[in-house]
Design a protein around this ligand. Structure first.
Ligand SMILES: [Zn+2]
Length: 204
């Protein structure tokens, strides 16, 4: 797979993503010639960012940030639960595709987080693995005395911040790229209600 080094900084990439999100919110999608774009990408990819987001059908990163083929390297799992293959996929984007930015994008009203809040001991096939991974964040949020939707949203935000820490702890490739300034990270949350992506934390 052919790759090229990034020509944009993480800050520039994030600015482009925010501008795309604003177009999405306003319904002003950028016109693109997908046929032409597909042809131009046959020899390789050089995405501008890696995104970790939920499998929820309402939250596809490319649409929410109004991006297209070749723009984003996306890892999606229910509740953004990270297993070795997911971490490895993000490492590939950092080490081989040289993305300058990694975006963790959770969302409002997440079903996986709701399940972890309501049924932390759920036993149902491999869904158990999803719930167990989010359960500590749910317990942390519950300890703050929250309930209902407030509890789910607080658990989501705690889970997203834990993911940021987990990525650095578990991946030497990501940790070293962050330390060297080759990579920046944004923790963000998408709101189903208004279409906006808001920053919870970032490394600059
Ligand atoms: Zn979700």
């Amino acid at each position: 797979m052919a790759t090229t080094r990034p020509t944009r900084s993480a800050q520039e990439v994030w600015q482009r993503l925010l501008e795309g999100n604003m177009r999405f919110v306003q319904g002003l999608f950028k016109g693109r010639d997908l046929l032409d774009l597909r042809r131009s990408l046959t020899r390789g990819q050089s995405p501008m960012a890696a995104v970790l987001c939920c499998s929820d059908s309402r939250v596809p990163a490319e649409i929410i940030f109004d991006q297209s083929l070749g723009d984003l390297f996306v890892v999606r799992t229910a509740g953004l639960v990270l297993e070795p293959a997911g971490v490895g996929s993000l490492e590939y984007a950092v080490a081989h595709l040289h993305v300058p930015l990694l975006v963790i994008k959770g969302h409002e009203g997440c079903g996986a987080v709701t399940a972890a809040v309501q049924h932390p001991d759920l036993e149902e096939g491999h869904i158990t693995a999803v719930v167990r991974e989010i359960a500590p964040a749910a317990a942390q949020a519950r300890a703050r005395g929250l309930a209902g939707p407030e509890l789910v949203e607080a658990a989501t935000e705690t889970h997203l911040m834990r993911l940021q820490a987990k990525l650095s702890q578990e991946s030497a490739i990501i940790r070293e790229a962050l330390a060297a300034g080759r990579l920046h990270l944004v923790v963000s949350k998408y709101y189903l209600s208004n279409g906006q992506v808001e920053v919870l934390d970032r490394t600059w």
